[in-house]
Design a protein around this ligand. Structure first.
Ligand SMILES: Nc1ncnc2c1ncn2[C@@H]1O[C@H](COP(=O)(O)OP(=O)(O)OP(=O)(O)O)[C@@H](O)[C@H]1O
Length: 467
């Protein structure tokens, strides 16, 4: 009989009991869970959803209940595809990945079974994650979840950016490296993240490495990890390197021109062989990574000057994607202003409006800091204005810091003493003053970088020069 019972369960899957789903205690149980959660039939139909899941997926309950999990793959992204596939096979799964909303999540599907083993439903859970629970804790690794939700911009895609994205994802899908070039703040990092979502490649993982934070000494350990139990392994658990963490996905090498020379050579070997050894082990491991590199330097000039290896340059610059400056792209500027305003107003009452005077200033500004600068200017105005941003709320990061009397260079300039100094020294002194002041005022390098509208890796690199 039992055998028969199991057989019936296989032929005609059991279902969640309606009384179970309709019981208000069940809904309150789901609400009490610390994660986003949904109760599913084993055919994937969503029966109950808690509020946390609605927020994570940015989908209303009414849009989910009664529909198939697989229907939401487009909205949510490949994470959902994996969950739906594992449910079809009645397998438990835990996956991490990035939703289309750019939130990094850990999600699971657990099969609910009766005591005789028959599956009658499934529980889906999802929570926002530090993507690298499996990756090393190091300053050079930017955990996706370190970006607070409010800081993750909705990606704005102009026709030009769309073309570039298509070109780059084709290259990635062919297995070719992609080099993103463009001034600071032109959106290279954001572009790389979107590339990982669009590419046919498995979009998880996406490992973002700030090369400016890798030294020649720590390169092997950070990139290749430590073999568990080897003499280098203090913890006995080993350490996962960036390369291994990126296996099957994208390794994003940001500010690649900052890689130490010896490390450049090791990177060439990695790209040529697609193999590596963990520190403390001689065993070669094969990996499949897609490389996206970014720089705001002129790599050609660095090669000429002997500061960047030619062989690495040729390896990474197969497909070059130049990102436009904001000042040179009016469509991008208009779209960014509207989207950023919408985003700010989502949690704001009364909503912020831009006066025509403020808007004129936004349109006329040259944006040396590109998109990052625009975001800062609007955020500053949102903090200063009540409901209308007026021209006096237009404040450019650093503009205030250059007023006479505020910094040593300005004091010397006023007294004429600066004439005796080289331009380079004066600029260096001013930069040192700005960086130190900002770090002291903001409490950390990361917050200082944000306040100054520069990348944290750039700030770290510049402060290294000061020491
Ligand atoms: N297409 C986009 N739509 C909306 N916001 C964007 C877009 N691209 C970039 N941003 C925002 O602009 C800012 C700068 O982007 P990002 O960090 O990607 O620039 P970057 O070129 O990598 O800078 P750096 O060279 O200094 O590292 C970020 O706040 C980012 O969220």
């Amino acid at each position: 009989m039992k055998f028969y019972g199991n057989d019936v369960a296989t032929l005609s899957p059991r279902r969640l009991r309606p009384a179970f789903i309709d019981d208000p205690q069940m809904a309150s149980f789901l609400e009490a869970l610390p994660d986003g959660a949904a109760l599913l039939e084993i055919d994937g139909t969503i029966k109950l959803v808690n509020t946390k899941l609605e927020v994570l997926l940015n989908l209303a309950k009414s849009a989910m209940v009664g529909t198939a999990l697989g229907k939401h793959v487009k909205t949510a992204g490949p994470v959902m595809q994996k969950l739906a596939a594992s449910l079809q096979q009645l397998k438990r799964i835990e996956v991490s990945g990035v939703l289309n909303s750019q939130r990094s999540v850990v999600a699971s599907v657990s099969i609910l079974r009766t005591s005789d083993g028959g599956a009658y439903g499934a529980l889906l859970t999802m929570r926002e994650s530090a993507r690298a629970t499996k990756a090393p804790g190091s300053e050079g690794f930017r955990f996706e979840s370190e970006l607070p939700l409010t800081e993750v911009a909705q990606y704005v895609e102009t026709e030009r950016l769309g073309d570039l994205l298509r070109r780059a994802s084709k290259a990635i899908d062919r297995g070719s490296p992609v080099l993103l070039t463009g001034d600071s703040g032109t959106g290279k990092t954001e572009f790389a993240r979107h590339l990982s979502l669009r590419s046919e490649a498995d979009s998880t993982p996406f490992v973002h490495v700030n090369c400016g934070m890798l030294s020649a000494e720590n390169f092997d350990i950070e990139m290749f990890g430590i073999e568990p139990g080897s003499e280098l392994d203090a913890s006995t658990r080993g350490k996962l390197g960036y390369v291994e963490a990126a296996d099957g996905g994208i390794l994003f090498l940001d500010q690649i021109s900052d890689l130490p020379h010896s490390a450049q050579m090791k990177l060439v070997a990695l790209l040529e062989t697609q193999t590596f050894s963990r520190a403390g082990s001689s065993q070669r491991r094969r990996i499949r990574i897609r490389l996206v590199a970014a720089t705001n330097e002129d790599l050609n000039a660095l090669v000429e000057a002997g500061k960047f290896r030619k062989d690495l340059f040729y390896r990474i610059s197969v497909v070059n994607i130049p990102l436009p400056t904001l000042a040179g792209d009016r469509e991008l500027l208009d779209l960014l202003i509207e989207r950023h305003l919408q985003r700010i107003n989502q949690g704001r009452s009364p909503a912020l409006k831009l006066s025509s005077g403020f808007r004129d200033r936004l349109l006329a500004h040259p944006y040396p800091g590109n998109m990052r600068e625009l975001v800062n200017i609007i955020d500053n105005a949102a903090a200063a204005a009540d409901d209308v941003a007026l021209p006096e709320h237009f404040c450019v990061p650093l503009e205030g810091a250059t007023s006479a009397g505020a910094n040593p260079g300005a004091v010397e300039a006023a007294s004429g003493a600066f004439m005796a100094r080289s331009f380079k020294d004066l600029v260096h002194e001013f930069e040192t003053w700005v960086l130190e002041k900002s770090i002291a005022e903001n409490g950390s390098k990361r917050s200082a970088a944000k306040a100054l509208g520069i990348d944290v890796a750039t700030l770290v690199r510049k402060t290294k020069r000061i020491q």
